[in-house]
Design a protein around this ligand. Structure first.
Ligand SMILES: O=P(O)(O)OC[C@H]1O[C@](O)(CO)[C@@H](O)[C@@H]1O
Ligand SMILES: [Mn+2]
Length: 452
């Protein structure tokens, strides 16, 4: 396996908090402890609920969990070594092996620790340790500490969700009569809505309210200048070329996998896109990939996925509830399916997937197109390394390419590849925070087929 923090064969080092003043440094120093403090507060605020549900045992669990989390925060803030996990879950061994791998390659006798090791690793590790703290306290093991924020962000985006479902209804109603160009136009719009939906995550704001208030369709034009790379035409042609004549002479389309990111408004934009892909015949089936534990504050779990569909169905708005019912039918009929895999909540760069999660890699190879939402997926695609901005996306993927894939990401971390010569420098001079503000975005495509 590749060393974590050295330049090997032209591969740049991982971003890390050891670079004082870097965004990684600022995140580990300030944002992660803030998130941990909020988690502690949330658990404490729910003390009565735990008592009502589990009696005295619930209170003990609340205290114990808080004490483990306070210890975790202290380890982080004092740059203690990363510790092996002790909770015996099905992925514990994989995490501990990953730690050993890092201990094996660490130079200069430095320990594997919060400020010295790769930022991607330690940030993922923090969320896994939160899970451990809860898991070790059985009555509250399944408690999702981020649930309140995720449901709040869904409810605060209601106006935008209604507008989006109304727009979707308008398309679906007239689907038969649409020309190919009109279809392409709708496709582009809904792809952009899903892209900008990624602005609404909760971890960048350390859990602060971050919902969509405006109609998402209306803001698309004004956001166009902020898209730094737009490969949407390749996404479209991949979908078209996956269409094949079926048995009855009817065209069958390909399978699209969507690696989801955040719950709340972003998830709705992804479901709307998925609905359109199926109803237009651009996709035959959609496989959604979600997280198996609460992750990076706002990421979608199985529970969030089901809950969002239920809430959409239950809405007091004709087109919103119609959409919700349709989504439930898609799930019931298997046109949409939900999958989770523990690799998504591990710290690996995606170039390790073929070796470390071969079953997941094989699943993705069956897709005709994989859409990967959000910033964290982009960091994992590119290994969260200090790449030059002009390095090609294909180079940064370092062999990861189970199927044609596309990242839909607003920039919230300082890694960005595939730009034109001088483009990064120009952005830095105009807008020094361009890589971390969530104001810019990319639709970046890669196909292993073009390499054959
Ligand atoms: O939900 P997203 O788009 O993956 O964003 C989460 C991102 O926000 C951050 O918290 C910003 O540092 C990153 O850790 C992470 O990449
Ligand atoms: Mn996220």
């Amino acid at each position: 396996m590749m060393a974590a923090d050295q330049t090997v064969h032209g591969v740049p080092p991982s971003l890390s908090a050891k670079v004082v003043g870097s965004f990684a440094y600022f995140t580990v120093k300030d944002r992660l402890p803030t998130i941990l403090t909020k988690v502690i507060d949330t658990i404490h605020r729910n003390k009565n609920k735990f008592f009502e549900e589990y009696g005295e045992e619930g209170i003990q669990a609340e205290k114990q969990t808080i004490s483990l989390l306070s210890k975790l925060r202290n380890e982080l803030q004092t740059d203690k070594p990363i510790l092996a996990l002790t909770d015996g879950l099905h992925d514990t061994e994989a995490w501990n092996q990953y730690l050993q791998r890092h201990q094996g390659v660490q130079r200069d006798q430095e320990s594997v620790s919060w400020f010295k090791s790769p930022w991607l690793y330690v940030e993922c590790y923090m969320y896994r340790r939160i899970q451990e703290a809860l898991w070790l306290n059985p009555p509250i093991s399944d408690y999702d500490v981020f649930n309140e924020g995720k449901t709040q962000s869904f409810f605060e985006s209601q106006q935008a969700v209604m507008a989006l479902c109304t727009y979707l209804e308008g398309i679906n109603k007239n689907m038969e009569g649409l020309s190919k160009n009109q279809l392409l136009e709708h496709f582009n719009k809904l792809l952009l809505v899903s892209l900008w939906g990624n602005k609404c995550d909760l971890s960048i704001s350390a859990g602060q309210e971050n919902s969509q208030k405006m109609s998402p369709i209306d803001s698309l034009d004004s956001l166009q200048p902020f898209i730094l790379v737009n490969d949407s035409n390749m996404v479209w042609s991949t979908l078209i070329s996956a269409q094949r004549p079926g048995q009855s002479g009817k065209v069958t389309a390909g399978r699209v996998d969507i690696v989801l990111d955040n719950a709340g408004f972003e998830l709705v934009t992804d479901l709307v896109l998925a609905d359109f892909l199926v109803s237009s015949g651009l996709a035959r089936e959609i496989h959604f990939h979600c997280k198996s534990i609460p992750w990076f504050v706002s990421d979608v779990t199985a529970n969030d996925f089901q809950w969002t569909i239920q809430q959409t169905m239950a809405a007091n708005h004709k087109w919103m509830s119609k959409s919700g019912y349709q989504w439930k039918i898609y799930v019931k009929e298997g046109v949409w399916s939900y999958h989770d895999h523990c690799f998504w909540t591990q710290p690996h760069e995606f170039c390790d997937m073929a070796a470390d999660a071969p079953d997941l890699y094989a699943t993705l190879q069956e897709a005709d197109l994989v859409l990967l939402k959000g910033d964290l997926n982009y960091r994992k695609l590119t290994g969260d390394r200090d790449w030059d901005h002009t390095v090609g996306f294909d180079t940064a993927l370092r062999g990861f390419g189970p199927a044609p894939l596309c990242s839909l990401r607003t920039l919230k971390a300082n890694v960005q590849v595939g730009l034109q010569l001088g483009q990064g420098e120009k952005l830095t001079s105009q807008d020094p925070d361009w890589m971390t503000s969530g104001k810019y975005a990319v639709i970046q495509f890669y196909s292993p087929k073009s390499e054959q």
